[in-house]
Design a protein. Structure first.
Length: 95
């Protein structure tokens, strides 16, 4: 007969605990990407006027068409910002 030898189970590590803000510093890759996306969207929203002016000159848009393009790009940026915020909220914790 053959004896069955079981390995002893490892004890689980105690939960990590940190005082102050140290527990918030360990960001996941998803949270880092969400923060980077927020920064990119914010910068894009600041330069949308210049981008639309440049694009209107390059492709010859009328002022009314440029205004519609500017509003459309602003709406798209707003929706992207909203999607990032929803991702942030759904992520729950930052670990």
């Amino acid at each position: 007969m053959m004896a069955v030898v079981e390995r002893p189970k490892r004890a689980e590590a105690p939960p990590r605990f940190a005082l102050g803000h140290a527990s918030r510093l360990g960001l996941t890759l998803r949270m880092k990407l969400l923060i980077a996306a927020h920064v990119v969207i914010f910068i894009a929203s600041q330069v949308v006027d210049e981008f639309v002016d440049w694009l209107a000159l390059e492709i010859g848009l009328l002022p009314a068409q440029a205004a519609v393009l500017e509003v459309t790009i602003g709406l798209v940026l707003f929706l992207l910002w909203t999607a990032c915020m929803l991702g942030w909220v759904r992520n729950g914790d930052t670990k």
